[in-house]
Design a protein around this ligand. Structure first.
Ligand SMILES: *[C@@H]1O[C@H](CO)[C@@H](O)[C@H](O)[C@H]1NC(C)=O
Ligand SMILES: *[C@@H]1O[C@H](CO)[C@@H](O)[C@H](O)[C@H]1NC(C)=O
Ligand SMILES: *[C@@H]1O[C@H](CO)[C@@H](O)[C@H](O)[C@H]1NC(C)=O
Ligand SMILES: *[C@@H]1O[C@H](CO)[C@@H](O)[C@H](O)[C@H]1NC(C)=O
Ligand SMILES: *[C@@H]1O[C@H](CO)[C@@H](O)[C@H](O)[C@H]1NC(C)=O
Ligand SMILES: *[C@@H]1O[C@H](CO)[C@@H](O)[C@H](O)[C@H]1NC(C)=O
Ligand SMILES: *[C@@H]1O[C@H](CO)[C@@H](O)[C@H](O)[C@H]1NC(C)=O
Ligand SMILES: *[C@@H]1O[C@H](CO)[C@@H](O)[C@H](O)[C@H]1NC(C)=O
Ligand SMILES: *[C@@H]1O[C@H](CO)[C@@H](O)[C@H](O)[C@H]1NC(C)=O
Ligand SMILES: *[C@@H]1O[C@H](CO)[C@@H](O)[C@H](O)[C@H]1NC(C)=O
Ligand SMILES: *[C@@H]1O[C@H](CO)[C@@H](O)[C@H](O)[C@H]1NC(C)=O
Length: 834
């Protein structure tokens, strides 16, 4: 904490003790004294000045305790100097004054009979004429919406050149310069309602809701945070960012730190004008946030210190002597949003798209889609917004004067600049290094000569390592070490959703499984924190993390090695690979062990973890066939802002084991793991994939067919046919089947908790007869109306197209885009509404 912050907190503390429920006319806050504030009765919010980025300018804001602003007098550029003040005048208006005495902002409420001003515990600054509200900050929002603030149709959020509006038909829109509509989300089209007077409200739990009497339940869920209902005391708020994206954040009182929990556009580069005119938005290897750059060397940035200001041609087309040419940008597009009246649309193929633009003097750029449609967009407007990404199926052209001069490949620029100046340094370095190497060689030779036969040396490091492993703290390995212990990543054990796994032997001869993580964009510190969480999670039924490596772009995890591999190899054996059959007792123990492992993750450990990908591939067996759950905590490691593959359809988790809420835009909770577990349990009993379809199952999904058989009390038909001649405890089998059907209920609330599952399996807890886990077509959760697509139901009767039970690769996670936090699920449709 910086000293001034500490001071600030102290001030806050004192104002806390003197907090007045109402603000007296004539009261003044001064910018020079930021500790002076007007607090809400229970100190959740306060009005006060805050410094803009350690400059000598101040803004007047309403803040959540801790310093998160939720309202600003004027806009973000409305600042005053240190002599500025904020006054509640006896005439009844609020006024922000500059040190020079100039009025910078005014509530315009003079002579409206205002008698009192107060800040309530929801953060609303209200001016009243005794009885009724004359003006309030909630009715005059800036860029933020907080719970209890009713956002109505004629209100607007503003940030730089971006606007957010809520339309009377229920649509939410984002516009650039009030002109280009780049985001527009409406109600589900199958919902036939005519809204009367809708309002938009954010609930404390993090659910964004439209209220209107026309909805059967009175409300409609638009979006929900990925920390939905977690920590009821957290403040969730919506904010239109300076970057044109509309996001939901979550913050804890007093901390001042905010976490993004939802965003309107998952791909920041799709925000119109984000990189300014002629600017190109790109993601690069070393950072997950977008970069703005110029199309080519024919351009230069408008402001070298702010790449978001866009680019301009070094030679304008009008003043071009000679001929213009078209610069080619592969995998790039110029954002085209309706209504962009000036863009011309043709369907005439790629080369015509380039030539048409070149020959028309009004055209400055064009985009040709290579998605088979042959669509061509000619850009005549004087503002174009570009996006380049290897996944984009389009090519763009920009008119430039003379020869096109493409950007040099990244990295080259820097290397060339520093070449000449560093030559001398190099000579010196080389001499020094050679000398040092010589010395080391001599010493090394001596050491080798005298000590090579001493047995002490080899085992010393191994012993040291053993000590470290035993202590339980994760060991940090160098990438070299792991390369060595895996023999250059020679023996591949498998490939999961997070990366390939290799067998390795550490210096102390411990056999390990080394997982090479992919798609991790997290900083070193955050990665270490997650590793610490994972490795502090110890349980007999969880695979233990021994260590990790975080070096440059390399992120590896080192786990204890499980001799018998994953459960799927035992359950779904084929005729070519017989003899790996598990008997009933082993299966039941595996089911129980897995349930206990997950119970620990959900209910018993300090930082609870939702696994997000429970499936047989992630249940490993040690030499005694004890089940150990693997890959927990990894969903959290993946960068929340890995946009490079965003345009592809993506759902993390594995088809067949995905709970319906994953695809229905509902919050993911531990109950989603229960669903996956239910499917696994059914597979443990039956030895068949839950989504397998065959003549034997009347061409229905196995899980659907199994429930029908269960209803006919035909439990033996569900049991793995290879076990029928063995000694099987049919009571246990029936219990397991009943539990599995409870777990795969479509409604998360109907599924039991994992602790309860353990008790039911053990026979400690009674099991009621499970209802058919059928699709909810129009289910509703109290207070909200939720539509869920029925085709993800466990019991829908058609076959899924993707998985073919013979190839294990088809069970890998769907899509390539890694997922944000454990619960931040990117849905198949990035659409906001269900
Ligand atoms: C406030 O006063 C400072 C100098 O005292 C001046 O530079 C600045 O432009 C003024 N701002 C407004 C909005 O009047
Ligand atoms: C302050 O009051 C608000 C509204 O009544 C309530 O939600 C919040 O929990 C209170 N905060 C504290 C710290 O008491
Ligand atoms: C306050 O304003 C409302 C509406 O403008 C008006 O009806 C009411 O009489 C006013 N009350 C007082 C005390 O001025
Ligand atoms: C928002 O609307 C609700 C219900 O219509 C109402 O109870 C509440 O007082 C309103 N809040 C504000 C700040 O106007
Ligand atoms: C901020 O407010 C001032 C004064 O009302 C206005 O001139 C300016 O355009 C606004 N800036 C933005 C970015 O909206
Ligand atoms: C509302 O949004 C939907 C997309 O969800 C869109 O199809 C529809 O045209 C929008 N309506 C208006 C009036 O913008
Ligand atoms: C909504 O309004 C349209 C046109 O006014 C009408 O055709 C339609 O039946 C209305 N729908 C409902 C559910 O009232
Ligand atoms: C960019 O920043 C540097 C250092 O802060 C400053 O010297 C330079 O004048 C700035 N350039 C422009 C164009 O603002
Ligand atoms: C411009 O193009 C025309 C036709 O292709 C050609 O005749 C002319 O020489 C070119 N001019 C220059 C300066 O390159
Ligand atoms: C990647 O982005 C970072 C930060 O935005 C920037 O400093 C770096 O130069 C970029 N790298 C390349 C290769 O463009
Ligand atoms: C709208 O709701 C229906 C169910 O009523 C669902 O099948 C459909 O997928 C939903 N549409 C969208 C765009 O989510």
């Amino acid at each position: 904490m910086k000293p001034q912050n500490l001071l600030f907190s102290l001030f806050l503390f004192f104002t806390v003790t003197t907090a007045q429920p109402t603000i007296q006319p004539g009261t003044t806050l001064s910018a020079a004294n930021p500790g002076q504030t007007w607090s809400s009765p229970n100190n959740t919010f306060y009005v006060g000045f805050s410094q803009v980025d350690s400059s000598s300018y101040y803004t007047l804001t309403i803040n959540y305790n801790g310093g998160v602003p939720i309202w600003t007098a004027g806009n973000a550029t409305t600042t005053v100097d240190s002599k500025g003040s904020f006054q509640f005048l006896p005439s009844g208006n609020l006024r922000l004054l500059n040190g020079s005495g100039a009025v910078v902002w005014d509530s315009n409420t003079a002579r409206l009979g205002v008698t009192t001003a107060s800040l309530d515990d929801f953060g609303n600054l209200v001016l009243k004429n005794g009885t009724s509200t004359v003006w309030s900050s909630f009715d005059n929002p800036t860029d933020t919406i907080v719970p209890n603030q009713n956002f109505s149709v004629n209100q607007v959020l503003r940030s730089e050149s971006y606007h957010f509006r809520f339309l009377s038909n229920g649509n939410l829109t984002l516009r650039w310069n009030d002109f280009i509509l780049y985001w527009n989300q409406g109600l589900n089209s199958s919902l036939d309602v005519n809204l009367t007077s809708p309002t938009l409200g954010l609930q404390r739990t993090g659910v964004l809701t439209i209220f209107d009497v026309a909805f059967p339940s009175g409300s409609y869920t638009v979006a929900s945070s990925n920390d939905y209902d977690e920590g009821g005391t957290r403040l969730r708020f919506l904010r239109l960012g300076k970057d044109g994206n509309f996001r939901m954040y979550s913050t804890a009182i007093g901390t001042g730190t905010i976490t993004m929990v939802w965003s309107a556009l998952t791909d920041q580069c799709e925000v119109f004008g984000y990189c300014g005119n002629m600017g190109i938005c790109r993601y690069n290897e070393s950072s997950s946030s977008p970069n703005c750059g110029c199309p080519s060397e024919n351009f230069e940035p408008v402001d070298v210190n702010d790449s978001r200001q866009g680019c301009k041609r070094k030679v304008e087309i009008e003043s071009c002597v000679g001929n213009a040419t078209m610069l080619v940008l592969d995998n790039a597009k110029f954002l085209t949003y309706q209504p962009e009246t000036l863009s011309q649309v043709f369907s005439n193929g790629i080369s015509a798209c380039r030539l048409n633009c070149l020959s028309q003097s009004s055209c400055i750029a064009s985009t040709s889609l290579s998605d088979g449609t042959g669509m061509c967009y000619l850009k005549n407007s004087d503002f174009i917004s570009g996006y380049q990404n290897p996944v984009l199926p389009s090519t763009s052209y920009v008119k430039v004067c003379g020869q096109a001069q493409p950007n040099p490949p990244p990295g080259l620029q820097i290397a060339e600049k520093s070449k000449s100046s560093s030559l001398r340094v190099w000579v010196v370095l080389v001499v020094v290094v050679i000398t040092l190497l010589g010395l080391i060689a001599v010493e090394g030779g001596l050491w080798w000569w005298c000590c090579r036969n001493s047995p002490k040396f080899g085992s010393l490091s191994a012993q040291y390592a053993l000590l470290e492993y035993a202590s339980g703290a994760p060991v940090q390995f160098s990438y070299k070490e792991l390369q060595r212990s895996t023999k250059q990543f020679k023996e591949k054990l498998g490939a999961g959703g997070f990366g390939a796994v290799y067998k390795g032997v550490l210096a102390n001869r411990t056999v390990v499984a080394v997982k090479q993580l992919e798609g991790i964009e997290q900083g070193e510190k955050q990665f270490r924190m997650e590793v610490a969480t994972i490795s502090s999670t110890h349980h007999l039924n969880l695979v233990r993390l021994i260590g990790f490596c975080s070096e440059g772009r390399h992120r590896l995890l080192v786990y204890e090695f499980m001799k018998n591999g994953s459960l799927d190899n035992f359950l779904f054996t084929t005729e070519e690979q017989p003899g790996r059959l598990l008997n009933w007792e082993q299966r039941f123990n595996i089911a129980l062990g897995t349930a206990r492992g997950i119970t620990y993750l959900h209910e018993e450990c300090r930082d609870c973890i939702v696994h997000c990908d429970i499936k047989p591939e992630n249940i490993l067996l040690d030499e005694n066939y004890n089940a150990k759950v693997s890959d927990f905590g990894l969903a959290k490691l993946i960068s929340p802002r890995d946009h490079r593959y965003r345009t592809l359809t993506s759902v993390r988790g594995t088809r067949g084991y995905l709970a319906p809420e994953w695809l229905a835009n509902l919050p993911i909770t531990s109950k989603s793991d229960i669903y996956g577990y239910g499917m696994v349990l059914l597979e443990i009993v039956s030895g068949r994939r839950n989504f397998e379809v065959s003549a034997e199952t009347d061409r229905k999904k196995f899980s659907a067919w199994a429930y029908e058989e269960f209803e006919k009390s035909n439990v033996t038909a569900i049991l793995d046919q290879r076990l029928t001649d063995q000694d099987v405890d049919m009571q246990q089998v029936t219990r397991a089947i009943q539990v599995s059907f409870w777990c795969i209920q479509d409604q998360p609330s109907q599924r039991p908790k994992m602790g309860k599952v353990v008790q039911m399996l053990e026979g400690i807890s009674e099991i009621e007869n499970p209802p058919a886990p059928k699709a909810i077509t129009e289910g509703s959760i109290p207070g909200t109306s939720i539509l869920s697509s029925s085709n993800v139901s466990a019991l829908s009767t058609f076959a899924p197209s993707a998985p073919t039970p013979s190839s294990s690769s088809s069970y890998q996670t769907l899509g390539v885009s890694p997922l944000a936090s454990g619960r931040n699920i990117e849905r198949a449709s990035s659409s906001l509404l269900p």
